[in-house]
Design a protein around this ligand. Structure first.
Ligand code: HEC
Length: 112
């Protein structure tokens, strides 16, 4: 009984504080959500373009085989070699960089 009460109040507190935070900073919350959505879109496009483009000439290399810095360089190189449009290359890069490291360590593609 005490345990249930404790858990329930923990939930209530967590729910209340995030609601209060959203109320205090509606713009910041909306902006963060929009940035998150845009990044998710880019990663989705990148994964698709990667699957469709990067196996045309050679076997696909797993994202985990290279570091984020190496992917940055490699995709620039492949963009020129394979004549991949700049925006598509950026999407592929974002996907590979995010997928090359565990989620908690991954930097965002724009380096922030
Ligand atoms: C037009 C054909 C072509 C396409 C499309 C292409 N590559 Fe390549 N790729 C090559 C060739 C040729 C080499 C080896 C020679 C060189 O490095 O230029 C290479 C080499 C590589 C290498 C390093 C060599 C190795 O050890 O395997 C990686 C990594 C790589 N490509 C990844 C990619 C990725 C990621 C994409 C998609 C963005 C891609 N490639 C698209 C032709 C292509």
């Amino acid at each position: 009984m005490f345990r249930t009460l404790l858990i329930t109040s923990a939930f209530l507190t967590a729910g209340w504080s995030s609601a209060a935070l959203a109320q205090q900073t509606p713009d910041a919350t909306a902006q963060a959500q929009a940035a998150e959505d845009a990044l998710a879109d880019q990663i989705g496009r990148g994964a698709e373009a990667w699957a469709n483009t990067c196996s045309n000439c050679h076997n696909m290399r797993s994202p985990t085989e290279l570091s984020p810095a190496e992917w940055d360089m490699t995709v620039n190189h492949m963009r020129v070699r394979a004549n991949i449009p700049g925006d598509v290359a950026e999407d592929i890069k974002a996907f590979l960089i995010l997928s090359s490291t565990p989620v908690e360590e991954a930097p965002s593609p724009d380096g922030n």
